[in-house]
Structures are given as structure tokens and as C-alpha cells.
Write a protein that binds this ligand. Structure first.
Ligand SMILES: [Zn+2]
Length: 250
């Protein structure tokens, strides 16, 4: 039981860091040295303002200095990261696969923050995780090991073709993102990721359109759908594929 709480809190603390990375990396602001400040009055945050979730609850979502309300996305990102870490642990236990899931969730959270805020997935981030996933798959290889290469090549190429054919909708960032994820996921789960991402992206964008949150011509970031599809594929992919084949090919 203690381990559940420990993993959730670790996820929430990391989530608070990933939120900062996602907001600062695209703008080339140092995220390791400079301290976080209130975006409204620029008062640097104190240590007591940096405890994930609790700080937000204790300050009732307002800056202590200027009373300006703090975006709900901060505690939300912390909560979601903690929850996803917990979900991965409940699914995989303490294993190398669990470590892989935590790496994937980390990339997913940073991509989501960055893509929603700036319509951008930083190259530096993808390069970093390409190295991380290659090292991880060297230690804990797919069967066969070169499935990682297939996943990366096919993930990259499919979106390349989609970009050529569709003229918009998906961008170069999405292409590099699915290529990077392919190293971790292998061929089958990369294809499943793209399928789920298209499904999620369509449902979410139609919902936002119908509630007039976005307009018909507004750009819609596709990165969050890809990484959510990847997390679902990594945790439940083979169960989903099994279910699919059992249902349609009996
Ligand atoms: Zn303030």
C-alpha cells in the first residue's frame, strides 16, 4: 500500500518538473537553474509553493503575493502524471517494463504541455528520448530486437506519407514523435498508436468544435493524441489487439 502512495507522489513531483520543461524548453529558458515565478507578478515561488498538488490546494489556486489565480493546469498535470505512474505500476509491477512505461509517460506529459501551449514538439526533447529509448531497448530488447528499428522507420514514414497526401493536419513534429516512439513500441504497437491517436484526435477535435472551444480553421495539436495512444498501446496494446482479433476473426 505504501508503495502505491510513494509511486503516485513520485509521479506528481516529476509531473510538476515536466510541466516546467514543457513550458520552458520550446522557449529556450533554462529549466534547471532559474526559479519558477508567478506568471502575473513575477514573484519567485517559495519552497512551500512547490509541493505538488498541496501547494495549489493550500493557496486555493491563487498567488500568495498578488492573489492572481494560478492556472488549474499545474495541479492537473501533476495529478495526471501521478495517476499514470500508478496505472503503469498496477499493470506491470516493479519491472523493467514499468521503467519503460515511466519513460514513455514522462515524454507524453512534456509533449502534451508543449504542443498544447505552443503547437510545437521540441527537437531537443525528441533527440533526448531517442537516446533514452535506444539505451532502454538495448537493456530490455523487444522480441526480435530489430522490431525497434521497424517501429521507428514505419512510424516516421507513415506520417511522412500522411503529410504529403493531406497537406496539413499533421506536422513534422508528429512524424519525428511517432518515429521516436517506434523504438520503444515496435511495429505492431506503433501502428496501433497511430490508429488510436487518429481516433482520439478526431473525437476530441469534433467535441471541441461542437462546443465552440476551437474554430474550424484553428490549428489542432495532434501530439497529445499520439502520446496518449502510445501510453494506451504500451499498457494495454496486446490485450486490445487480442480482443480485436477475437471479435472479428472468430
Ligand atoms: Zn503573483
Amino acid at each position: 500500500m505504501n508503495l502505491f502512495i510513494y509511486i503516485f507522489i513520485s509521479g506528481a513531483i516529476l509531473g510538476s518538473f515536466y510541466n516546467v520543461v514543457g513550458l520552458r524548453l520550446p522557449k529556450n529558458i533554462q529549466f534547471t537553474t532559474s526559479r519558477s515565478a508567478c506568471p502575473h507578478c513575477s514573484t519567485p515561488l517559495q519552497a512551500r509553493d512547490l509541493i505538488p498538488l498541496f501547494s495549489y490546494l493550500l493557496s486555493k489556486g491563487k498567488c500568495r503575493h498578488c492573489q492572481h489565480s494560478i492556472s488549474i493546469t499545474y495541479p492537473l498535470v501533476e495529478l495526471i502524471t501521478g495517476f499514470l505512474f500508478l496505472l503503469a505500476y498496477m499493470n506491470l509491477g516493479l519491472s523493467l517494463a514499468f521503467v519503460g512505461a515511466c519513460l514513455l509517460i514522462s515524454l507524453a506529459v512534456i509533449v502534451t504541455v508543449s504542443d498544447i501551449n505552443y503547437m510545437l514538439i521540441p527537437n531537443k526533447l525528441l533527440l533526448f528520448f531517442t537516446v533514452v529509448f535506444v539505451i532502454f531497448r538495448a537493456i530490455h530488447p523487444l522480441q526480435p530486437w530489430y522490431d525497434s528499428i521497424f517501429g521507428a522507420l514505419v512510424g516516421f514514414s507513415i506520417i511522412f506519407v500522411i503529410i504529403l497526401l493531406s497537406k496539413g493536419g499533421m506536422g513534422a513534429g508528429d512524424m519525428k514523435l511517432l518515429g521516436t516512439l517506434g523504438i520503444l513500441l515496435g511495429l505492431k504497437l506503433t501502428l496501433l498508436t497511430l490508429f488510436l491517436a487518429t481516433l482520439i484526435g478526431t473525437v476530441v477535435s469534433l467535441t471541441l468544435l461542437s462546443f465552440k472551444v476551437i474554430g474550424r480553421k484553428d490549428p489542432f495539436p495532434f501530439g497529445p493524441s499520439i502520446v496518449l495512444g502510445a501510453v494506451i498501446s504500451y499498457l494495454y496494446g496486446f490485450d486490445l489487439l487480442q480482443l480485436y482479433f477475437d471479435t472479428f476473426f472468430l
